[in-house]
Write a protein that binds this ligand. Sequence first.
Ligand code: DC
Length: 223
Amino acid sequence: MNYAIAIDGPAGAGKSTIAKILAKELELIYVDTGALYRTIGCHILRQGIDPADEAAVVAALDGIKVELVHREGEQRVLLNGEDVSGEIRTPAISMAASRVSAIPAVRAFLLQTQRDIAATHSVVMDGRDIGTVILPNAKVKIFLTASPESRATRRFAELQEKGDPATYEEVLADMIKRDYDDSHREIAPLRQAEDAVPVDTSGDTLEQSVARIRAVVRQQLEK
Ligand code: DC
């Protein structure tokens, strides 16, 4: 029987890093759902469309095929057959992804892709609405949070490593705005599912966060 571990929470709480480690340990497929929204954001920006222009974004969905594939244990996202996994990790695409993710037609467009992969594989899936909307029957649900400052510090370090010129202040401001938008949109806002276990990783090292989450997963899987 396939089963799912859902990890939701705001940007930069460590969802993807922790989910990848757990997926490897438990031999599950790791699914990063943010990459799907980023892929749509990427297409919209390439077409010169304003991500806030709902009608134009919805019209553009007709020309988009988004695929999730796993190669050598790593998730890749394909936009009309092109691997855009590297290109989607910029601050501009983060913002565009957050904007388009508030559009109901965009969420409906990506719903089945997410459910299909969980129907055919056991998964660790991270996002904003996995425990509440996409996989309400997930066996384990975790809501991962951390203070905006500690999340911005992590994200800033990642961007610096890639040579991105964004400053810490810009990263923090973007993160606060994106959290607000993601939590206040009408459809599938970021919120903790009633049966999710909250974990705050502020001040933790990666090893400490992983150990805490591993303990929660073990406990929930044994139930
Ligand atoms: O996890 P991320 O930062 O890569 O996600 C990019 C944006 O996509 C995020 O600001 C909100 C949106 N998103 C969403 O609405 N639902 C998800 N399940 C995952 C991401």
